[in-house]
Write a protein that binds this ligand. Structure first.
Ligand SMILES: [Zn+2]
Length: 361
């Protein structure tokens, strides 16, 4: 008997007959802790993988598979499963695209844009006007989508043609045309949960260019007006990405001596805490429905899926190796600015620590 059930004491025998017991027991589920995470530290394959992850992102990454982040051929099966993309994501993505398309056809913009936000997610069940006959666990963890369609705000010049100083026959800047939706949304890690970016693909019709771009590519961000580009709060790596606020916490933590390993644990704890709140919310809803149903003729409720089940909640947090490599790449990116800052310091200022906590290896 697990310690928690043992602590139930006198209630334990009553609990045996409680139809909610099977759900309650799931709260004791194994989250697949990373005790063996260091086993792959420094392995050649892993180092190579991390190097690729922090290569510059291409203009069009439509064929990049995101589902294997943090996985090397040497890794265990459980690790590979943990970082798989949710199996239900494609269906949710197709539904979201259909919604967006009909909203754009009606008003020229997605409904979330008309509400002044980029985020599109299913509201909690309490907002529903009708009481559904059947509830599913996924009703409690539908993906949060960030809809990034900058062409709906203004026409976008081709970054490549702009660099090459190419123009149209009329002497105008070459503008991009819409090519369609990407194959899949981009998975991003936030402080407590995942976010999926829905973007768009563009193509250049100039005969000497014909390049394609994703709306989230750095090349597109470069040619957008800075106030619009600033509303894209993500830092993308080759297959993964972090929200800007997570990066803010990462920088503050690393600069104050909290290393990559405790930091990864901390973020993982926050994600699992969020998952458990959803789980409890599901259980409470099931309990309420069972108590409210006089006839008892309710459809049976499915158990809430495990944290790292790709066909269920599909929780994912990068490893400490990823966070460390991310911080290193961030420091490298700003190395010139730091050098300039140090060159401007007075002799008195130089006596302080200005290492910016760069990892020395
Ligand atoms: Zn072009």
């Amino acid at each position: 008997m697990s310690p928690l059930l043992h602590m139930a004491g006198p209630d334990a025998s009553r609990k045996r007959h409680d139809p909610l017991q099977q759900y309650d027991e799931q709260l004791l589920c194994d989250y697949g802790e990373d005790e063996d995470e260091d086993a792959f530290e420094g392995m050649d394959g892993d180092v190579e993988y991390m190097r690729n992850e922090f290569e510059p992102i291409g203009d069009d990454d439509d064929d990049v598979s995101q589902g294997v982040a943090d996985v090397t051929p040497e890794n265990t099966k459980s690790k590979a499963q943990r970082s798989m993309m949710p199996t239900w994501l494609q269906d949710e993505y197709m539904d979201a695209r259909t919604h967006l398309q009909s909203e754009i056809a009606k008003t020229g913009r997605p409904a979330c844009y008309n509400n002044g936000q980029f985020t599109m997610t299913a509201p909690p069940l309490v907002f529903s006007r009708t009481v559904p006959f059947e509830i599913e666990p996924i009703d409690f963890y539908r993906p949060q989508f960030f809809v990034w369609l900058p062409h709906l705000f203004q026409r976008i010049p081709c970054p490549s043609c702009k660099d090459m100083k190419r123009s149209t026959k009329q002497g105008q800047p070459v503008m991009l045309r819409v090519l369609g939706w990407p194959k899949q949304p981009r998975r991003i890690v936030d402080l407590e949960h995942l976010v999926f970016i829905i973007g768009h693909r563009y193509r250049c019709v100039h005969g000497d260019c014909k390049k394609t771009f994703q709306s989230w590519s750095p090349a597109i961000m470069r040619v957008l007006p800075p106030p619009l580009a600033a509303l894209f709060p993500f830092h993308l790596t080759y297959r993964c990405g972090l929200t800007d606020r997570l990066v803010g916490v990462l920088r503050a933590s690393f600069q104050r001596g909290i290393g990559p390993f405790p930091f990864a644990k901390y973020i993982r704890t926050m994600h699992i805490r969020y998952y458990e709140r959803l789980h409890v919310s599901y259980l409470e809803t099931v309990r309420q429905r069972m108590q409210a149903s006089a006839s008892g003729l309710l459809p049976s409720h499915r158990p809430f899926p495990l944290w790292n089940d790709p066909s269920g909640y599909a929780g994912y947090v990068p490893t400490h190796r990823y966070f460390r490599a991310f911080y290193d790449s961030l420091i490298e990116l700003h190395a010139n600015e730091m050098d300039q800052h140090m060159a401007m310091l007075s002799a008195e200022g130089l006596s302080h620590d200005h290492s910016f906590k760069v990892r020395r290896t």
